[in-house]
Design a protein around this ligand. Structure first.
Ligand SMILES: [Zn+2]
Length: 537
């Protein structure tokens, strides 16, 4: 059991932190002995514990931080082979104890064992819960997108506890028997090139399908097959308009074919020709889409019949509860299916958005990601609850095809895009949570033809250690994990009692125990780990 010493105003962040690091904890009661005490500041006396981890800036640094504005640069720290940014400042420690964390630029110590404490006190010179609050509310700037900062905060604390020899039980963020979750989603920004007439989109399409494709072919970046495919598409455009050739912006059927039995999620725009409201510096000009949801109703119904999920690709839902309700209603009518979740078109999002969507009855949002790059905006690959929401959960978005391959964004080749995806997966595959992918509807047709990287992701579905699920199923699984309560746990024999207020969860929730026997993971139930398979860790 972890005892937490922290000011009252940190409680919402602390509660969310321990939904992500799902392990028994409570607010410290001073008379009690704890396995671990986590202190959120350097002030006050520490309760009795086998291990105390004391976070926080030194008083003089804290006073200086108050005078700085929000736009201060992040400080990069190093923990083992990992690098991660700190956004609220950090204190350099004058310590000759065992080094845990240091500053990348200077090598100065930011986290260390306190000398003479027998390894029982660790001091870390930043404010953990201020960092977590920043990650969940503001998100990381794009330059640190590839760093799973919040997940690393959890890892550091877990390592400190486990390596001190203190038994620990936790509910991993992946189901029993799996190493990761893959969630494939498709934003439907374009569903028919016919509906565009000869606008900017079509002129851009013709330019890229002919001149740009030819240049890429000459540079060896495009195969002859893809070049021919793009040229044919460009020259067949009049035939598309008179209905003799299939509309290549509409790739529902190809997705159904290549995804097979995978339950993916399609986010659909409710109203055509609507830019929507602007927010701050997020201009909405050019945001309108041209297809009408009613025109694709039969295809949406076919997707639902196959087991896919239809969500709302919101225009004004992010900012207006009434609009969120009517936008959802329109999609539900066209798809003949209930809509549980939303992803905002162009990822429009404000601090108010979770509250607005929650009031409109949505159970999740999946807009917290980047348009310009791939990675962890909230620093995590776990589903989390935004700090101003009470029920709504956020499925963070990690990979967008347009971010990887569009010129003006990362502009990568298919090959380099696959490498970037694999770089992300190396972290996520270690039992860290979910990879949420957005491959736009038209992206596997001409002129984009971004099939290769998508098929690379699809190969993951053949791995029995990867659970592939729709956005709604993933969110529901994490919601069930949040309902788990820890009962009495005998950390020596490994008997643990875990109860869930929810119904039976599929796939099953796991319990992981670290003790002097090693590490063991088994399905949660009224589980007895000692009676089940145990693997040395
Ligand atoms: Zn969109």
């Amino acid at each position: 059991m972890i005892g937490v010493v922290a000011p009252e105003q940190d409680m919402p962040v602390i509660r969310e932190f321990f939904e992500l690091f799902k392990t028994p904890w409570e607010i410290c009661r001073s008379s009690k002995h704890y396995d671990v005490v986590l202190a959120a500041s350097t002030e006050g006396t520490l309760p009795d514990a086998d291990l105390s981890v004391v976070y926080g800036l030194d008083p003089q640094d804290r006073a200086r931080e108050k005078d700085l504005d929000q736009a201060r640069p992040a400080v990069l720290l190093r923990y083992r082979e990992h690098r991660f940014p700190i956004y609220g400042g950090c204190s350099v420690l004058n310590s000759d104890g065992k080094r845990v964390i240091d500053q990348e630029a200077t090598g100065k110590i930011v986290g260390s064992m306190i000398p003479g404490s027998g390894g029982r006190i660790v001091r870390i010179g930043y404010d953990l819960f201020k960092e977590v609050r920043f990650l969940l509310l503001n998100g990381q700037p794009t330059e640190y997108a590839l760093m799973p900062t919040l997940d690393l905060h959890i890892s550091i604390l877990r390592d400190l506890i486990v390596e001190s020899g203190i038994p620990l039980v936790e509910i991993p963020p992946v189901p029993a028997g799996f190493d990761m979750i893959l969630c494939l989603t498709h934003d439907v920004d374009f569903a028919s090139i016919r509906s565009h007439g000869l606008d900017r989109t079509v002129i851009g399409f013709l330019y890229r399908a002919t001149i740009v494709s030819f240049v890429h072919f000459l540079k060896g970046q495009l195969t002859i097959g893809k070049l021919v495919g793009n040229l044919l598409a460009a020259f067949s455009l009049p035939l598309v308009h008179i209905g003799l050739v299939c509309d290549f912006f509409n790739q529902f059927e190809k997705y159904m074919r290549i995804e097979g039995s995978i339950r993916s999620t399609f986010f659909v725009v409710p109203y055509k020709n609507l830019d929507g409201e602007e927010f701050g510096d997020q201009y909405s000009k050019g945001r309108a889409t041209r297809y009408d949801v009613e025109d694709i109703g039969p295809q949406l119904s076919a997707l639902v019949a196959k087991g896919c999920e239809i969500g709302l690709h919101g225009i004004n839902a992010w900012n207006d509860t009434d609009m969120a309700e009517s936008e959802r209603e329109r999609i539900q009518e066209a798809a003949h299916s209930t809509v549980a979740g939303v992803r905002s078109h162009w990822l429009f999002w404000s601090e108010r958005t979770p509250e607005v969507l929650e009031d409109a009855g949505f159970s999740y949002d999946s807009s917290f990601g980047y348009n310009e790059t791939v990675g962890y905006r909230a620093g995590t690959c776990q589903v989390f609850q935004p700090l101003n929401a009470e029920k709504l959960l956020e499925l963070p978005l990690h990979v967008q095809d347009t971010a990887l391959f569009s010129s003006g964004r990362m502009g990568l080749s298919q090959h380099d895009g696959i490498e970037k995806i694999d770089e992300l997966l190396r972290w996520i595959r270690q039992g860290r949570g979910v990879t949420t992918v957005n491959w736009h509807l038209r992206s596997i047709g001409p002129e984009r033809q971004w099939d290769k990287a998508f098929k690379h992701l699809l190969q993951l579905a053949d791995d029995p250690r990867v659970w592939v699920a729709s956005a709604q199923d993933v969110v529901q699984w994490f919601a069930s994990r949040r309902l788990v309560q820890f009962g009495e746990i005998d950390l020596d024999t490994g008997r643990s009692l875990v109860s869930s207020k929810g119904t039976e969860t599929t796939p099953r929730i796991a319990v992981r125990l670290y003790n002097h026997h090693g590490t063991a993971t088994s399905e949660a139930e009224h589980v007895s780990l000692s009676e089940r398979s145990r693997t040395a860790g």
